[in-house]
Ligand binder design. Structure first.
Ligand code: SF4
Length: 304
């Protein structure tokens, strides 16, 4: 399908409205192509904070647009598809986290950025899939740590740090569905390919990977590594991005079924509509925004 007319209209309107368009690596190809910046959730929110744009259009899921609103107060953050939520972020709630904190009164709470602003505000510090190990290591060895919401990322960080973590039983439905059998089958089809897996995948899948990396880490690893082909275990949006960033190498999904339906809810039509209306706007209560900002800033101090 030719999206060029719609993309040109969006670009012209974005310029007129002094808007910056941010798209997560898991967005539809045509949405990736219309964005000013493409990246992971924290990187994009930091871009939003640095940008002088009047309007920030965040093509991603709800917690990502919230994180942009946390880091860029006073700016209009618009999410083209407000129903695009993250099932994993929805697996941890304020009441449940308060109850777990009450059971472990001395524990620090480390929350993946894939959480709501309200959960971030209850956390001591945030982490990303790229820095989870360093964030866990930043606490004294004898301090209990509650890790929310992704038990797969938490297990990975526990294994790499040798720490016992109190894991919240959340998971990403898209990554959790990638199986060991999927990897073994894909390796048979592409025996020369190196296996690069996202740490939101299950432990047995990460265990047989050549590299376990966040989406930005995948780009760096595949660029610097000497192999010519890779099996990528994450949402298939990365299979569109990687060959554009690293021409000459070949990338295959571990399984074609790694599609996050929520990420794919954002379409070019919705981006255009959101730009025209400058809505729906992401709004956070100021006390929640400040609490969440403290946890995000603490992460950036530990891991700039
Ligand atoms: S891929 Fe997983 S973590 Fe990312 S938005 Fe979809 S459900 Fe959430």
């Amino acid at each position: 399908m030719d999206y060029s007319a719609l993309q040109a209209e969006i670009r012209a309107l974005a310029a007129e409205r002094q808007a910056v368009i941010l798209a997560h690596n898991y967005q539809r190809p045509e949405v990736q192509d219309v964005a000013d910046f493409l990246g992971d959730s924290l990187g994009l929110s930091q871009r939003a904070a640095r940008s002088s744009a009047r309007v920030i259009v965040f093509c991603g899921v709800d917690f990502m647009a919230e994180t942009a609103a946390i880091l860029a107060p006073g700016r209009k953050v618009v999410i083209p598809e407000p129903r695009a939520d993250c099932p994993m972020a929805a697996m941890v709630d304020v009441d449940g986290l308060l109850a777990l904190k009450a059971q472990h009164p001395g524990a620090a709470v480390v929350s993946y950025v894939n959480t709501t602003a309200a959960v971030k505000a209850l956390s001591d510090i945030c982490c990303t899939s790229a820095n989870a190990i360093r964030i866990v290591q930043s606490f004294p060895a004898d301090r209990e740590i509650i890790f929310t919401p992704d038990c797969n990322l938490g297990s990975w960080a526990a294994k790499k740090t040798g720490r016992e973590l109190i894991l919240w039983p959340g998971f990403c439905p898209t990554h959790d569905l990638i199986t060991l059998e999927d990897v073994l089958k894909a390796k048979q089809e592409h025996p020369a390919a190196k296996v690069v897996i996202h740490p939101e995948c299950r432990a047995e899948v990460s265990a047989i990977a050549d590299a376990v990396e966040s989406t930005s880490g995948m780009i760096r690893f595949c660029r610097e590594d000497s192999a010519e082909e890779y099996l990528i275990g994450t949402e298939t949006g990365m299979i569109y991005r990687l060959p554009k960033d690293i021409p000459g190498k070949r990338f295959y999904p571990v399984t074609e079924s790694s599609v996050c339906p929520n990420m794919k809810l954002t379409t070019l039509d919705k981006v255009l509509r959101a730009l025209r209306a400058e809505a729906p706007v992401v709004e956070l209560p100021e006390d929640v925004r400040k609490g969440a900002l403290r946890a995000v800033q603490r992460m950036i101090e530990v891991n700039p």
